[in-house]
Design a protein around this ligand. Structure first.
Ligand SMILES: C[S@@+](CC[C@H](N)C(=O)[O-])C[C@H]1O[C@@H](n2cnc3c(N)ncnc32)[C@H](O)[C@@H]1O
Length: 222
């Protein structure tokens, strides 16, 4: 029987998710998922002791459904994995696991993370590595609170807007702030009239114009 925390994580896994459970320990989550009909699972541990325990638990069940690995974080993540679960560790450790092998995340669409401390470090890292939070939940079990975060592989729109314009400026929208960005907008229009403008620069300017139109001129909420 799964704990409420692991059951909440399992309930967030959808058909089509090819799961890696990093730091699987006892393997309870992949074993549960295998029992639910998931047929392609990956579970890893970075230490011999927990790895052997995991292997034993999985072998007793079915080793052709759950691939077990001794690996540090995402280091050996197979390319077929599209969803990574990392649960039951501190937010700092989860953040360092995600940052250590950035290219391994290229083929990952979804992260299901359950930090047992320092969720704020993890949220900052998600923004930095180009994942945006799409869902959050808090589970209470035996007087403890557990945060669960789902993030998808796309840059955070709100974060990039706040970084560009400044969250304080966006809240206050002073006359000079609006005037400054209207000036930038007009300068950009002149630059775009230059036929010799390199394509890469033209694309950047067009993206900036679109942001100015939406956020400054139309007042899109962040
Ligand atoms: C407390 S257990 C959590 C087990 C399970 N994920 C859960 O939520 O119940 C954390 C596990 O993560 C493993 N671990 C820690 N750092 C790791 C890393 N860099 N790569 C893989 N596993 C790691 C530990 O060995 C330990 O077994």
């Amino acid at each position: 029987m799964l704990s409420l925390r692991l059951a909440a994580i399992a309930a967030l896994i959808e058909k089509g998710d090819v799961i890696a459970d990093i730091g699987s320990d006892h393997g309870l989550l992949p074993l549960y998922l295998a029992g639910k009909g998931y047929s392609d699972l990956y579970a890893s541990e970075n230490k011999k002791g927990p790895y052997n325990r995991l292997k034993k638990a999985v072998n007793a069940y079915s080793s052709n459904i759950i691939e077990v690995d001794l690996a540090d974080g995402l280091e050996k993540l197979p390319a077929r994995i599209n969803t990574v679960v990392i649960a039951g560790m501190g937010g700092d450790l989860i953040a360092s696991i995600l940052s250590a092998h950035p290219h391994k995340l290229d083929s990952v669409n979804k992260l299901i993370l359950a930090p047992n401390s320092n969720a704020q470090t993890l949220r900052r890292t998600l923004n930095f590595i180009g994942f945006s939070i799409s869902y959050e939940e808090i589970v209470e079990e035996k007087g403890q609170f557990y945060e669960i975060i789902i993030a998808h592989n796309k840059p955070c729109h709100v974060c990039s807007i706040e970084t560009k314009f400044g969250s304080y400026n966006l809240r206050n929208k002073s006359e000079t702030f609006i005037k400054m960005w209207n000036d930038v907008y007009e300068q950009n229009k002149r630059l775009l009239n230059n036929e010799n403008l390199p394509e890469v620069r033209r694309k950047e300017i067009l993206e900036e114009q679109s942001l100015i139109e939406n956020v400054i001129k139309r007042g899109e909420k962040t």
